[in-house]
Write a protein that binds this ligand. Structure first.
Ligand code: URA
Length: 234
């Protein structure tokens, strides 16, 4: 999801349904206030979080919002779905109109799901270039052994997309459980990687993304706003 950058005059023309000439006159008359100051510049760059007033009334005033949700099984990581409840529908009392999910989880996966209206922030988190760690607790149908560790670390070639996965860390926790750390999120990546060993994943739980750990106080289906430290991704 792209940050919605545009020029002030273009934004006003669209919002007020006026021709550019009329917008220019409104601006020159000093009737527009941008982030607390009168603005007469047609080409002023704005985005969806720039506070804009016309004649003292807000015509745009959106605050940035960031939440973590403990995603339960059976909830779909989407804004709309005809069959399953969506992650956004669990954010009771939150205005979800402009919100999106930063990094999806499969229908049967559980754990940390980040939801925001700040597309620049979610891009930073999810872009393969940023190489943010995502940690998952994985439960397998069959026992695992040390050969998994090197295979995950070497990366795996997926012919369908013609890609080799980045080195992933696998820590064996018990015979049937591993903690996997990825820096990317290809389609069904973890399931497909264990698929190479013909070992079905029977539980997949995201514990953290970057410095954001799933809050242990949150039961499945519960959510809370992120703290300033979490938002800062440090
Ligand atoms: N990998 C998967 O296969 N599924 C997820 O939900 C997340 C990572």
């Amino acid at each position: 999801m792209q940050s919605k950058r545009s020029r002030l005059d273009q934004f006003l023309a669209k919002k007020l349904q006026l021709p550019k000439k009329a917008v220019r006159l409104i601006l020159l008359a000093g009737r527009v206030n941008v982030d607390g100051e009168t603005c007469k510049e047609m080409d002023r760059q704005i985005n969806e979080f720039t506070a804009i007033m016309l004649d003292g009334d807000f015509i745009q005033n959106q605050q940035k919002q960031y939440y973590m949700l403990h995603k339960p099984v059976g909830v779909v990581s989407a804004t709309k779905d005809d069959i399953h409840p969506t992650a956004l529908s669990l954010l009771a009392g939150v205005n979800i109109e402009m919100m999106h999910i930063a990094g999806r989880l499969d229908l049967n996966s559980t754990g940390l799901l980040l939801i925001t209206n700040d597309s620049q922030w979610s891009q930073t988190l999810m872009s393969p270039e940023t190489k943010v760690d995502k940690q998952y607790l994985v439960t397998l149908a069959n026992p695992i052994d040390d050969s998994y560790v090197s295979a995950f670390n070497q990366g795996m070639y997926f012919g369908f997309e013609d890609i080799t996965t980045l080195p992933a860390q696998l820590e064996i926790i018990s015979e049937y459980q591993a903690r996997v750390t990825l820096q990317e999120g290809k389609y069904h990546q973890i399931k497909r990687m264990f698929g190479r060993f013909r070992n079905p994943v029977i539980g997949l739980h995201r514990e953290s993304v970057s410095n954001i750990n799933l809050d242990k106080q949150l039961l499945a289906g519960e959510f809370r706003p992120l703290t300033q430290t979490e938002i800062a991704l440090k």
